[in-house]
Design a protein around this ligand. Structure first.
Ligand code: N6E
Length: 225
């Protein structure tokens, strides 16, 4: 049995806000939940009754306090995250925006901060971000990626430098009930890049050749712009 076979998916969004003039990117430090203690774009689960784009705009507003005009948020890609021995995949719709309204502010889930594009903290981000984010920044989008992840062992060797409370990866991905908060040590030797390690990936930079409906693993991803 293929350990990466999925039978269902959750639909998620991820918005990257970029200041082209100053060559900066807005990232948020996730304070709790799935991906806690990692820097990432802003996003979350699409709620019933909203389009993927509406979900992306809502999450950006909730997590960073800012809004983007509907026509100014551009689809940058579609990523399918597959976790070993987890039948639930995550279909992540990635957007980019170069303009926004409002004041950036912190909330109880995310702490936003601008980073120089040349100093993106990839070592404290999901390991897959370093696969696709450089392509987005180079304008090599839209892309379609399949990202295979394996749970990291919780035990770490080496000198202990600190403790971090993370959501231990339980089989059901983002479902809150399946996450257990545990405190694990981290060291300088261990990248603080979350509970999953990148196992394999395929990134296709030629999304325009892929039909609007992409069939994979017996399910259909709707690709809206
Ligand atoms: C596996 N590799 C990954 N690489 C890069 N980004 C990843 C990711 N896996 C999940 N993400 C993003 O992390 C956020 C989780 O969102 P998440 O907190 O679960 O959603 P939401 O805010 O709805 O949750 P609440 O239930 O309200 O806490 C969401 O933007 C999603 O796109």
């Amino acid at each position: 049995m293929d350990p990466f076979h999925i039978t269902s998916k959750k639909v998620l969004t991820l918005v990257m806000v970029i200041d082209k003039d100053n060559q900066k990117i807005l990232l948020g430090y996730k304070k709790r939940g799935f991906g806690a203690h990692l820097w990432n774009g802003f996003g979350g689960k699409v709620e019933p009754g909203e389009t993927v784009r509406q979900g992306a705009l809502r999450e950006l507003q909730e997590e960073a306090g800012i809004t983007v005009d509907d026509h100014k948020i551009q689809k940058a890609g579609l990523l399918l995250f597959l976790f070993e021995n987890d039948p639930m995949g995550l279909e992540c719709h990635v957007y980019k925006a170069y303009e926004y309204h409002g004041e950036i502010r912190e909330c109880e889930e995310m702490r936003p901060q601008w980073f120089d594009i040349k100093d993106i903290p990839y070592e404290q981000m999901w390991e897959d971000d370093k696969i696709w984010l450089p392509e987005l920044l180079k304008g090599q989008d839209p892309f379609y990626g399949r990202i295979y992840l394996k749970r990291k062992p919780l035990e770490v060797e080496g000198e202990e430098e600190g403790k971090v409370t993370v959501a231990a990866a339980a089989p059901s991905s983002t479902s809150n009930v399946s996450l257990t908060m545990v405190t694990v040590p981290f060291t300088t030797a261990q990248p603080k890049s979350g509970p999953f390690a990148l196992f394999d990936h395929r990134l296709d930079l030629n999304l325009s050749k892929i039909p609007k409906e992409i069939a994979f693993d017996g399910t259909i991803a709707s690709y809206e712009d």
